[in-house]
Design a protein around this ligand. Structure first.
Ligand code: AR6
Length: 173
């Protein structure tokens, strides 16, 4: 199945999993993280709090992923990942961002999920230039989809401006 681009509020998508662009503490925040916690309800925060810390205050290091139920969301699960903060592009950002996509897909496959939607990880508060993020994301996803062709992967952009950038990366002229 090819990747599809959707312009939507990710909290409305009734898929097996939606991905949350979280921070290492996994206790909520702004942007898509805040929207997901609001829509899922307080049980999501409790489930995140119950995830073990790997170091003080860190439940999910950058580039990794953790899974919880979706609670009040139409999606069955939330896969939380932590994208890199943009520091200009020479601090391993692309490698870390690629790892986020691969880790989320890895969890989806491990748990036999069939559909997953990603927001534009790191493209908000974390400042990653969206055109560069899209290129990294699409390359990482194409790689995995080469061996897991049945997975339904949706790239969820919140607005038309972001969708146009991701569409160009999906279908370069
Ligand atoms: N549905 C889909 N996409 C959304 C939604 C939504 N409901 N809301 C925002 N976006 P950001 P980051 C888009 O800042 O850059 C949080 O505070 C948004 O337009 O949510 O990875 C966390 O706790 C942008 O394109 O995530 C972390 O501290 C994209 O989602 C930090 O922000 C990602 O923007 C993570 O920053």
């Amino acid at each position: 199945m090819p990747m599809t681009l959707v312009t939507a509020d990710i909290t409305r998508l009734a898929l097996d999993a939606i991905v949350n662009a979280a921070n290492p503490g996994l206790l909520g925040g702004g942007g898509v993280d805040g929207a997901i916690h609001r829509a899922a309800g307080p049980a999501l925060l409790a489930a995140c709090r119950a995830l073990p810390e790997v170091s003080p205050g860190v439940r999910c290091p950058t580039g990794e992923a953790r899974m919880t139920p979706g609670f009040g969301l139409p999606a069955r699960f939330v896969i939380h990942t932590v994208g890199p903060v943009w520091h200009g592009g020479h601090a391993g950002e692309a490698e870390l961002l690629g790892r986020c996509y691969r880790a989320c897909i890895g969890l989806a496959i491990e748990n036999k999920l069939h559909s997953i939607a990603f927001p534009a990880i790191s493209c908000g508060v974390y400042g990653y230039p969206p055109d560069q993020a899209a290129t990294v994301a699409i390359a990482a996803l194409r790689d995995v989809l080469a061996t897991h062709a049945k997975l339904d992967v949706q790239l969820c952009c919140f607005d038309d401006r972001m969708a146009a950038i991701w569409r160009r990366a999906l279908n370069p002229a």
